[in-house]
Design a protein around this ligand. Structure first.
Ligand code: SF4
Ligand code: SF4
Length: 467
């Protein structure tokens, strides 16, 4: 048998999904093109339309329809999809990622600089975009939507054009996209895994050689985080490359020590979701309004009247016709509140995780404190994901309310919320098991996790269910 026929000998029978995806992947560029046209229509067309009149209905006014499709449907469903199909959104549908790759094809292909490769870059990008989306009120006005998504698209094109040597790379998707960061972290809960058929030792590494657009050394691949499921490394029947496998939800998170745990996931989980909570809470907390009022009086008393003027429309919402004009005071308050929420939330969850790691160590868990901390922090993935989906999906649940009534909808939301908390605890349990604990010692070490879940639940509760 010659070398090429040996290379094509199958190691295992490829699954139906794998064969289907491989056979049809040539259609992907057409999907991307269609999505790009749809994306432009949703983002650009509302800019040319008049402000929806009072009483306009969701599906009879294009601006409202576009807003619902982006925030009410797309955002929450993309997060949910990651559980069932991994980052298929990124590889199969996302027009921004495809545009970035297209820019890379014709671009300069420079080496990816260190500041882009720094693992904190996507977390910073997430925090900046999340705060900007609030200050320009992207959820209510098409100008805000166009700015936030236009900015992301421009950055995706620029980064793709400048960086990424080799063939069809996506440095934006790997290193900077705030949505990619979120989907990457949550994909560790998902049931889909692309695994090497002939794994090589040495652990997950970054490489700009090879076919992978997100710089994965495919034979050393251990984690789902950066895999956008582009199918480029999947070839049913070949000995090399990756194969598609199914697993139980949460398998990767619960066994994170085998899947390249990384602190950037934790920065996102603690700081990123803390910022997102702040984005929900400032709208409803009376304390926020009280502080704003006090600051406004202070500004008047100290002749800081410029603080009470509106700023530039690219930085804050200035929509007199829409009855919303933010001042520098609002801009500072929203930004400060969201950053403070991030810090407080991160400090609370860090304290619980540190306590859990310390107690686990006292009770005989393996590895050092830092590694135990890193592993245990992954237990907060489910509660973060479910809370984000519920928060972002408020419009979707609003529609459901019209169908099945407010009572059942409320119970459904509560059940999902409770499910997220319980799932987090189950993952915490599994993580402690892998650290070598069992029985009563495990139960004691799990207590700080329970406290952390309760704190996370309490932080999200007002945003999801009111005060
Ligand atoms: S990482 Fe971001 S830009 Fe890239 S494909 Fe995913 S969502 Fe789109
Ligand atoms: S690992 Fe394979 S499927 Fe995943 S992004 Fe890289 S080339 Fe695409």
């Amino acid at each position: 048998m010659n070398a090429s026929s040996a290379a094509l000998r199958p190691l295992q029978k490829p699954g139906r999904i794998e064969r289907f995806a491989y056979r049809h992947r040539r259609w992907l560029p057409w999907f991307h093109l269609a999505m790009f046209v749809g994306f432009l229509a949703l983002v650009v067309v509302p800019l040319a339309l008049p402000t929806p009149p009072d009483g306009a209905r969701l599906f009879s006014n294009f601006t409202l329809t576009a807003n619902f499709l982006i925030w009410g449907l797309w955002f929450p469903l993309v997060f949910v999809s990651v559980i069932f199909t991994g980052r298929s959104w990124c590889g199969v549908l996302c027009p921004m990622g495809a545009s970035s790759e297209w820019a890379n094809r014709i671009g300069l292909k420079r080496r990816v600089p260190r500041w882009v490769r720094w693992e904190g870059t996507p977390v910073v990008s997430f925090i900046v975009i999340t705060i900007l989306a609030q200050t320009v009120d992207a959820r209510s006005f098409p100008e805000g939507v166009a700015e936030v998504f236009g900015l992301a698209l421009a950055c995706a094109l620029l980064i793709g054009f400048l960086y990424g040597p080799g063939h069809h790379k996506r440095p934006w998707c790997r290193h900077m996209c705030p949505i990619g960061l979120t989907l990457g972290a949550f994909s560790r809960l998902g049931v889909v895994q692309f695994a090497p058929k002939t794994p090589r030792a040495g652990g997950e590494t970054w490489t700009d050689k090879g076919v992978c657009p997100t710089f994965i050394d495919i034979n050393r691949k251990q984690e789902s985080r950066h895999c956008i499921e582009c199918m480029r490394c999947v070839q049913p029947g070949a000995r090399g490359g990756l194969s598609i496998q199914m697993r139980m939800p949460g398998t990767e998170a619960g066994n994170i020590r085998d899947h390249h745990p990384h602190s950037s996931d934790i920065w996102f989980l603690f700081l990123g979701t803390g910022t997102a909570i702040g984005g929900f809470l400032w709208l409803i907390l009376p304390q926020y309004q009280a502080i704003r009022q006090a600051l406004a009086i202070w500004a008047i008393n100290h002749d800081w009247l410029g603080f009470l003027n509106p700023g530039p429309a690219w930085l804050m919402s200035v929509h007199p016709a829409g009855r919303e004009v933010f001042t520098w005071l609002d801009f500072s308050m929203i930004t400060g509140f969201m950053l403070a929420s991030a810090v407080i939330f991160a400090a609370a969850l860090s304290a619980c995780t540190a306590l859990g790691s310390w107690v686990a160590g006292l009770l005989g868990a393996d590895r050092n404190f830092r590694t135990r901390f890193l592993e245990l922090a992954y237990q907060y993935l489910p509660v973060a994901m479910v809370s984000l989906v519920l928060g972002l999906g408020s419009e979707l649940f609003g529609l459901l309310q019209r169908g099945i009534g407010p009572g059942p909808t409320h119970w459904l939301e509560l059940a999902l919320f409770a499910g997220g908390l319980i799932w987090s605890l189950l993952i915490g349990h599994r993580l402690l098991q892998r650290q070598g604990l069992a029985g009563a010692r495990l139960a004691v070490a799990l207590a700080p996790s329970l406290l952390g879940c309760i704190l996370a639940g309490l932080a999200w509760w007002p945003a999801l269910f009111g005060i």
